[in-house]
Design a protein around this ligand. Structure first.
Ligand SMILES: Nc1ncnc2c1ncn2[C@@H]1O[C@H](COP(=O)(O)OP(=O)(O)OP(=O)(O)O)[C@@H](O)[C@H]1O
Length: 260
């Protein structure tokens, strides 16, 4: 396996009004290999989303480097990084344009990184493929193909976000609690769909979740964060041995504190 993402000494310090430094990310180091699907657990405020923000370039870091596909992207603007990195957020409203139709949203995703306009000719050409993609999800999204994305249910809108995020096979897929705002049944379905897409496209993915069971069931590596640090990093074999009970016990006993 070859390294796809290499994060070294990633640190983000925020100084508050009392002039105290808060280490939101505290020297995070890890390497993600091509094809790895990592689930990321950690309590509120552990630094999980800030880690994602640092990788996508939506937050400025204090120090450290981010390498992606042998490129040092630390100083790249967010827009440039977005040609290689896709992210799906918790809020269904974040990943789609509400006034554009489902088909237009999908076309926008298909043309990512290209300087093309949303011509109706392009829409017509791709419509059949888009309907097929939507039908495969099984939640009626294809019936809304010409409806504005803002009219969709939360589950439909998140599945559209997921389709858009994975359409052009990004180098890295970041899922930021992307099922958390949905009801349990819809959330489960979207998680299954997510896993199918990741397996089928052999994608490299990091997924933040608060569902310990999902963190154990899905993916082939598990990372736990606490106080801006990675405090547990289980490979596939170690993860397979870990039971939900063991994991819950570790959290309860707070054995996930850094050893240094
Ligand atoms: N721009 C900022 N200014 C000040 N504090 C910030 C900023 N960004 C993040 N923080 C703080 O950094 C800490 C980590 O936040 P982050 O959102 O990364 O945590 P998280 O692990 O994703 O938590 P959650 O599970 O609640 O989403 C929090 O205490 C948060 O309030």
């Amino acid at each position: 396996m070859s390294a796809l993402l290499q994060v070294t000494g990633l640190t983000k310090i925020i100084t508050n009004q009392a002039d105290e430094d808060n280490h939101i990310l505290d020297g995070v180091n890890f390497t993600l290999n091509q094809g790895e699907f990592v689930t990321v657990l950690g309590g509120n405020g552990a630094g999980k989303s800030t880690l994602f923000n640092s990788i996508t370039g939506s937050t400025e870091i204090t120090s450290g480097t981010v390498m992606l596909k042998d490129n040092d992207i630390t100083k790249w603007k967010e827009e440039k990084r977005s040609n290689l990195i896709s992210r799906v957020f918790q809020d269904p409203k974040m990943g789609t344009a509400p006034r554009m139709t489902v088909a237009e949203n999908l076309l926008l995703a298909k043309l990512r990184g290209e300087k093309k306009t949303l011509r109706s000719r392009n829409l017509k050409k791709n419509k059949e493929q888009f309907i097929e993609m939507c039908t495969s999800i099984g939640n009626g999204l294809e019936k809304q193909i010409d409806a504005p994305a803002g009219n969709l249910s939360g589950g439909q809108r998140q599945s559209l976000s997921l389709l858009m995020a994975t359409m052009t096979q990004p180098s890295l897929l970041l899922l930021d609690e992307h099922t958390a705002a949905l009801d349990p049944k819809t959330s489960k379905k979207l998680m299954q769909l997510t896993n199918e897409i990741i397996q089928e496209k052999k994608m490299t993915c990091m997924m933040i979740t608060h569902q310990m069971e999902d963190a154990l069931v899905y993916g082939n590596r598990l990372i736990v964060m606490k106080d801006g640090k990675i405090t547990l990093d289980l490979n596939q074999k170690e993860k397979e041995k870990m039971t939900l009970k063991d994991l819950l016990k570790l959290f309860e006993e707070e054995k996930l504190t850094p050893t240094i």
